[in-house]
Design a protein around this ligand. Structure first.
Ligand code: CFM
Length: 538
């Protein structure tokens, strides 16, 4: 654990390099965790300072790339230049298998209108209609989702009226998303837009018969196969998974999501919208789970069984935990010997810099810095701050749905007493955020930039930096192992018990790679060049 007063001084000198204006904008985004100052407040979900290279993605990435894109039985059509569709095509490694009984998995295709200059000048609606006609003819999908990129909004193509036209013309449900890249301040806006679209048009439209112990797994995207591993555990215990939103996801299954007895929320940032709407309309409770890390997996499985209060589920949960633990514990131990005592800095999207900390801890590694690209204050501080979050021009731009209880379908599952009792031991319709879980003296940084990243690397000298492709090679050039927490560096799954072993193996392998002996960053051996400003006198 780092000394918190010393870290506060160091933070002062890092931020002190900024101009007064930049300092004013950035100072609220960075803090040193100090339980004596709790509750600590952070500035988040606001615009990056122009000129600073942000690590964030765009609104289109959040809608198409993250939430809508992984749905395998719908055609996600990118209306825009080809690059947007191409770069959001499975680079995130959201795996999918075709549905039982279906003979297609549309994720294998990249659908785009491939807009050209002439479409930007004269309008792209004609091309969009042509693309939809072609899709219907060749692929015969049950639904189509049109995802808008920046130029679509700038030139004013009316994707929603094209969607209506397509439904009438072909009888295929077509949903348009106004998720132009520039909307909002990050991909988080795209999550919200995608949640709204799926909620209004898909969820609640199915009439599959209700099954016992039905759940939805929200905010799990099957990166590297995580979702499959979680599904294996839940099914073994005896739960019926109606839908997963949206890893290996299915629109046809999502239609019945309103029938669940309980929603599990893995990624709070990207799916808290639908979890809340389902609670408001149908009374379905949600519980915050985390299947990354052995202890968190055990806690999540026990919380779910406790919610259902069924002796059979509880017994099966315990026997599964015992079996899985017996298989993985000796494996983990051998990697732990390599990893223990090392430190890690994490900078990932809106959830994982939090959810991976327990997993690192289990292999003996301490998190000295954690931050998010686009999380909101509730992801850092807990949901209790939501009423005090001020709206700004950017988030006002996105529709905020609020539901009323459904007269026929709304039901309260737990008595007030039971709800209060369970709320003491689990995060029920609640998320406590990241800051409260971190040690004093560690740093929390929102929307980090390159200068800060370099400064913190020099200060903290972590043995591993966990982030994504944008940061990876900069960190490697500093002579430090960088591990992709977004796409898992072609590995995975990392979730559950078995996933934890794969993760420990990968980290141990990375730390012991001989290449680190060959790389020494200049700042380790040479004095840094100091710049100055000399006024010429003529
Ligand atoms: Fe949720 Fe995600 Fe994340 Fe996210 Fe993402 Fe991702 Fe992520 Mo990359 S949905 S917020 S927009 S957990 S793609 S699977 S790893 S930034 S921390």
């Amino acid at each position: 654990m780092n000394d918190k007063s010393l870290m506060k001084q160091e933070l002062g000198s890092i931020m002190g390099k900024y101009s007064a204006k930049t300092y004013k904008s950035r100072k609220g985004h960075v803090l040193v965790v100090d339980a004596d100052e709790a509750p600590q407040e952070i500035v988040a979900d606001c615009r990056t300072i122009p000129g600073i290279i942000t690590e964030r993605g765009c609104c289109y990435a959040g809608c198409k790339g993250v939430v809508v894109g992984p749905l395998k039985d719908t055609v996600a059509l990118t209306h825009g230049p080809i690059g947007c569709g191409y770069y959001s095509w499975l680079t995130r490694r959201n795996k999918a298998r075709k549905n039982e009984g279906d003979n297609y998995n549309f994720l294998a295709y990249c659908f785009s209108t491939d807009m050209q200059e002439s479409d930007i000048v004269f309008g792209g609606e004609k091309k969009l209609k042509e693309a939809i006609s072609e899709i219907v003819k060749i692929f015969k999908p049950k639904s189509i989702m049109i995802c808008s990129t920046c130029p679509v909004g700038l030139i004013g193509d009316d994707v929603h009226s094209v969607a209506k036209w397509a439904e009438k013309e072909f009888g295929v449900q077509t949903i348009a998303y106004s998720c132009e890249g520039y909307k909002g301040v990050s991909q988080s806006a795209g999550h919200h837009i995608a949640n709204n679209g799926l909620y209004k048009n898909i969820i609640g439209t199915g009439n599959a018969p209700k099954k016992e112990y039905s759940i939805n797994l929200l905010g799990e995207y099957n990166i590297g196969g995580d979702g499959w591993e979680i599904e294996r555990l839940l099914k073994t215990i005896g739960y019926h998974i109606i839908s997963i939103m949206s890893g290996d996801g299915s629109v046809e299954r999502l239609r019945n999501a309103h029938k669940a007895d309980l929603n599990l929320v893995q990624c709070h940032r990207s799916t808290n919208y639908n979890a809340e709407l389902l609670r408001q309309k149908y009374g379905t409770d949600w519980v915050k789970v985390n299947f990354l890390g052995i202890r968190s997996t055990i806690k999540s499985l026990r919380d779910i069984a406790l919610y259902f209060e069924d002796p059979k589920l509880i017994a099966k949960t315990e026997s599964l935990i015992a079996e899985e633990l017996a298989a993985v514990e000796p494996e983990i131990e051998k990697y732990k010997d390599i990893c223990k005592g090392k430190t890690v800095a994490l900078f990932v999207g809106g959830s994982r810099a939090n959810y991976f900390q327990g997993l690192f801890q289990e292999i003996g590694m301490e998190t000295v810095l954690a931050g998010f690209e686009f999380a909101h204050r509730d992801d850092y501080e807990g949901r209790e701050v939501i009423p005090s979050i001020k709206e700004n021009a950017d988030n006002k731009n996105i529709e905020n749905l609020v539901e009323q209880p459904d007269e026929k379908l709304y039901r309260i599952t737990l008595s007030k007493e039971k709800f209060e009792e369970l709320s003491k031991v689990m995060e029920l319709n609640y998320f406590k955020g990241m800051i409260k879980t971190m040690d004093d003296g560690s740093f929390v940084v929102d929307d980090i930039n390159h200068y800060e990243m370099e400064a913190f690397m020099k200060l903290l000298k972590p043995d591993l930096f966990g982030s994504g492709i944008k940061e990876k090679y900069v960190i490697h050039k500093m002579g430090v192992l960088s591990k992709q927490i977004h796409s898992y560096d072609y590995s995975g799954p990392f979730a559950g018990f078995r996933g934890a072993v794969i993760f420990a193996r990968d980290v141990a392998m990375g730390l012991t790679a001989p290449v680190w002996k060959l790389i020494k960053p200049k700042w380790k051996t040479e004095a840094m060049i100091q710049g100055g400003y000399v006024q010429e006198v003529s």
